[in-house]
Design a binder for this molecule. Structure first.
Ligand SMILES: [Zn+2]
Length: 258
């Protein structure tokens, strides 16, 4: 046994001093599918601790739909409908999340005021290829930030479109913070959200949520283009068994996102 000790020590030392990581760059990892979430699959299938094995940046929700998730700089944040931001334990589960190891490929300044639609146009001008996954990080000051969170659900779970009718909306004013999100290609329809899906967290980590609208005053944008997509489904083979994935839920998705 002893002869393995020295190579192992060397390997660990090389990893430690080179900062090597098992997280591949430019890979978006997603748990479950957006259509499963729309259909009411809210039981968590991956722990927050395991999520961080796939990246340090991302968005999602929690077991039983208990709030909105933001992952920034390797910390998982949970905003519940009480408006408070929590840092959940590593064993708290998620039924739907998208993460990556964020390494910006391009950085740009935002110097003009823009609403959410205008901000998307600014990002589109910087990253015009709509057929790639991009992770988006915008740090800035916002005159308005309208975000929502969703309430924890009990079984039998209603579809997401019914839950979001009772979502809690927070209208933040004059706040500094970070937008964390993704723009996904049209071909992810049914799997993730085509186009933009962004969450926000304030600099003081006290306010957060899924973005419905905003107005940025100024800030800095960072974009990470990702060319790999990893979809991880629940290990419980029965979890998606009864869902009809042939049905088009695009209309429901539009309603829950806005
Ligand atoms: Zn969201």
């Amino acid at each position: 046994m002893k002869k393995y000790t020295i190579p192992l020590v060397i390997f660990i030392s090389v990893c430690f001093f080179s900062g090597c990581s098992t997280i591949p760059g430019d890979r978006v990892m997603q748990t479950s599918t957006i259509d499963a979430l729309l259909a009411g699959v809210y039981d968590g299938s991956m722990s927050c601790g395991e999520l961080l094995d796939y990246g340090n940046f991302g968005i999602g929700t929690f077991d039983r739909l208990d709030g909105e998730m933001i992952i920034l700089d390797g910390t998982v944040y949970q905003v519940k409908t009480d408006g408070k931001v929590y840092t959940p334990e590593a064993d708290i589960m998620t039924p739907f999340a998208t993460v990556c190891a964020f390494q910006p490929d391009l950085t740009f300044l935002i110097t003009d005021r823009a609403d959410y639609k205008g901000l998307k146009t600014i990002i589109d001008n910087q990253a015009p290829n709509q057929n790639e996954f991009i992770a988006i990080k915008i740090t800035g000051s916002f005159s308005r930030m309208k975000v929502r969170s969703v309430p924890i659900q009990d079984k039998p779970y209603p579809p997401l479109v019914e839950v979001t009718e009772n979502q809690t909306v927070f209208e933040l004013k004059d706040v500094t913070g970070t937008i964390v999100g993704f723009r996904s290609p049209p071909f992810v329809k049914g799997v993730n959200v085509p186009g933009y899906h962004c969450h926000f967290i304030s600099d003081d980590r006290e306010q957060a949520g899924h973005i419905l609208d905003c107005e940025i005053i100024s800030g800095m944008g960072e974009v990470d283009s990702c060319n790999e997509f990893l979809l991880v489904l629940s290990g419980d083979s029965e979890s998606l068994e009864d869902i009809d994935f042939s049905r088009d839920r695009g209309g429901e998705l539009d309603r829950v996102e806005k």
